[in-house]
Write a new protein. Structure first.
Length: 71
């Protein structure tokens, strides 16, 4: 599977792009982020790097190209 872009929704992300998901978003968001050429994340809350515990990061910043904060 290869996608041109993926538009994903995240609960919390840091300014680098490391993201965490809530609920069923955990099922396929990570897979789609790795399969897409461009990954755009809609995020509820953006925090500083180091705030998120590395054990709860679902998609690392390596796969995130753009972030949009949802108000």
């Amino acid at each position: 599977l290869k996608a041109d872009f993926a538009l994903l929704r995240a609960n919390v992300a840091d300014t680098l792009g490391n993201t965490t998901y809530r609920g069923t978003s955990q099922n396929f968001n990570g897979v789609m982020a790795t399969a897409a050429s461009v990954t755009i994340i809609e995020v509820d809350e953006i925090v500083e790097p180091g705030v998120l515990d590395s054990a709860v990061i679902h998609t690392p910043a390596l796969y995130v190209n753009r972030m949009v904060k949802i108000s």
